[in-house]
Design a protein around this ligand. Structure first.
Ligand SMILES: Nc1ncnc2c1ncn2[C@@H]1O[C@H](COP(=O)(O)OP(=O)(O)O)[C@@H](O)[C@H]1O
Ligand SMILES: Cc1ncc(COP(=O)(O)OP(=O)(O)O)c(N)n1
Length: 235
């Protein structure tokens, strides 16, 4: 008997520009040699400059997509998320409470950027050390593991992310900050890569480290498309 090919799920919105959302997830998961399935929850009119419009899909068609997948696939890891870096309103205010109180406690890992972490905890990060307190506050909401992404600290500080694991251990992942504004889709890309690695059976810490390396490569190896998407072919 052959081993079943690893399968992962992304529950996401569509980005017409192909740089973030479910398109970034699909490209990333494919690059990790995992079969990607998708539940589309919204459609956005978007490009690498920003989000121009968005429409949430009716619950019935979202439920139908889950039912279709359940009938056919053996999904080993799933991800969701839809708040954009630029502050574009992809999630209704009342949904933030749902994310906090109902979704977070179910998660193996949450991967907020700093504006998202602030919305969830009320804590602001001005320097890397503040990210430790944020990680601890987030873990109290119930997710087992927390990855606080530091891309928004800006300035000349390195791109440092803080990880707090279920057993209380923690580690930093630091990479040189690449001097670019072309980072649209980085949040989706790092979490999709983690999801794909988990679907393959890789341990969580290794999956997170692999994803940090992959997202750095997608930012560094630029391609001439529009105003500059990530390069999901990067290795
Ligand atoms: N200019 C950059 N150079 C290198 N890595 C970056 C840069 N900007 C973001 N990153 C990395 O990309 C990932 C996502 O970053 P972040 O901007 O914090 O989240 P989001 O894309 O969700 O807004 C993190 O691992 C972060 O360290
Ligand atoms: C449809 C859709 N979903 C999610 C995002 C957010 O993507 P993310 O990688 O977190 O951040 P941006 O770099 O895209 O702001 C999105 N833009 N679109």
């Amino acid at each position: 008997m052959t081993n079943e090919f690893p399968q992962a799920l992304t529950i996401a919105g569509s980005d017409s520009g192909g740089g973030a959302g479910m398109q970034a997830d699909l490209k990333t998961i494919q690059m990790r040699h995992v079969f990607a399935t998708m539940v589309v929850v919204a459609v956005t009119a978007q490009n690498t400059l920003g989000v121009q419009d968005a429409l949430a899909l009716p619950t019935e068609i979202i439920d139908a997509q889950f039912a279709s997948l359940a009938d056919d696939f053996k999904i080993r890891a799933a991800k969701t998320g839809m708040i954009a870096k630029g502050g574009a309103k992809l999630l209704a205010d009342e949904a933030i409470t749902t994310v906090k109180e109902e979704l977070s406690p179910l998660a193996t890992l949450v991967t907020p950027n700093l504006p998202e972490a602030e919305a969830l905890t009320g804590l602001k990060a001005e320097r890397p050390a503040d990210m430790v307190k944020i990680g601890q506050a987030l873990q109290k909401l119930g997710p087992k593991n927390v990855l606080v992404k530091g891309g928004h600290l800006g300035g000349d500080q390195a791109a440092s992310d803080f990880v707090l694991m279920e057993d209380g251990t923690s580690f930093w992942m630091t990479s040189p900050r690449i001097d670019t504004v072309r980072t649209h889709g980085t949040g989706d890309t790092i979490s999709a890569c983690i999801t794909a690695e988990l679907a393959k059976g890789v341990g969580l810490e290794q999956a997170i480290r692999t994803a940090k390396g992959y997202v750095e490569a997608t930012i560094r190896d630029t391609i001439q498309v529009g105003h500059g998407p990530l390069n999901h072919w990067a290795l």
